[in-house]
Design a protein around this ligand. Structure first.
Ligand code: BDR
Ligand code: CA
Length: 309
């Protein structure tokens, strides 16, 4: 039976590829997409999510969630993703309507309606919607099958500050709630996602794969400029698609069950994922923290699935 998931997202070119990968995969039953403020403000992330669903020719419901972090002003990343969040190629204004229900209410209602332990949450942005749902409806927490999220870093440090990765940094209070929720968590941190780098050959392959491939190539081309300038590496890291790839092919990834705590007060290390990779504390493990990915296997999967759309 297909795995039921909710994608919680702030698209973002890499979020968009993750959504396409989920939509292309029969092993996944995407119940809905909840947008959150992150890479760009909420009015753009919900619109971008609808554009991506429409690009794939689907009608998956899209909900707008929270427009600001729990306790801080929103920090955005137009310097990475462009003014719209999905810069790289112009897409038509979406006709897919935005659902009237709030994204947080959709998460709560879905978890109460579906069988316990049957719905996996896949956050690809700041954790505001998920934490708000857990705070508002604590009864849903034990019904969550697993949370598979992109965020954090250990040996890679951070990308928005030396210590913090963007998704966790934007809403550290929300991340603290999620990491402390007691349900199984898989973390795809920078340590893994910085290895999922596009290559010129892969982008050329995408360009030859029809309309959707061409859009993916244009997004990743745009996204790549930032990382090449910053890290001197070739290629764009496809952070968020790693979440969906882990669901589909966990054997492509290697990690450890460790304790991860979130820093919420230090000025210097705000939003740091304090990951006890070496087990030097006696704090109990609360997450499967991924450290490595089979890059070729990951891109083969992506190519094959994008080709199905
Ligand atoms: C994460 O931040 C966003 O810019 C990307 O979409 C990804 O979710 C990487 O740090
Ligand atoms: Ca994202």
């Amino acid at each position: 039976m297909a795995q039921k998931i909710i994608i919680d997202t702030d698209p973002g070119q890499d979020d968009a590829v993750a959504i396409l990968l989920a939509l292309a995969s029969p092993e996944i039953d995407l119940l809905g997409i909840t947008a959150v403020a992150g890479n760009v403000p909420l009015d753009l992330t919900q619109r971008n999510a609808r554009q991506v669903v429409e690009l794939a020719g689907r009608d998956t419901p899209v909900f707008a969630g929270c427009d600001a972090p729990l306790a801080r002003p929103l920090v955005t990343a137009e310097h990475v993703h462009g003014k719209t969040g999905l810069d790289g190629i112009a897409l038509p204004e979406p006709t897919l309507p935005l659902q009237a229900q709030h994204g947080v209410d959709f998460i709560i209602e879905t978890l109460r309606r579906e069988a316990p332990d049957s719905v996996t949450l896949c956050p690809l942005g700041p954790l505001t919607n998920i934490a708000t749902a857990f705070q508002r409806a604590p009864d849903i927490v034990e019904r969550v099958r697993r949370i598979v999220l992109m965020g954090g870093g250990c040996f890679e440090g951070g990308n928005i500050t030396p210590a913090a990765e963007f998704n966790i940094y934007v809403d550290p209070e929300a991340a603290k709630i999620v990491f402390g929720c007691g349900r199984p968590i898989t973390v795809l941190p920078l340590d893994a996602t910085h290895k999922a780098l596009t290559s010129k050959d892969w982008i050329a392959t995408m360009r030859g794969m029809g309309r959707i491939g061409e859009v993916v190539a244009s997004w990743t081309d745009f996204f790549e400029r930032f990382d090449v300038a910053k890290y001197g590496s070739e290629g764009a890291p496809l952070h968020d698609p790693c979440v969906i790839a882990w669901l589909l092919r966990p054997e492509l990834f290697k990690g450890r069950e460790i304790n991860v705590e979130i820093e919420t007060s230090s000025e210097l290390t705000l939003g740091m994922t304090v990951a006890d990779w070496w087990g030097v504390t006696d704090r109990p493990a609360n997450a499967l923290f991924i450290g490595d990915v089979d890059r070729d296997g990951f891109f083969d999967l992506l190519t094959e699935r994008i080709g199905r759309l």
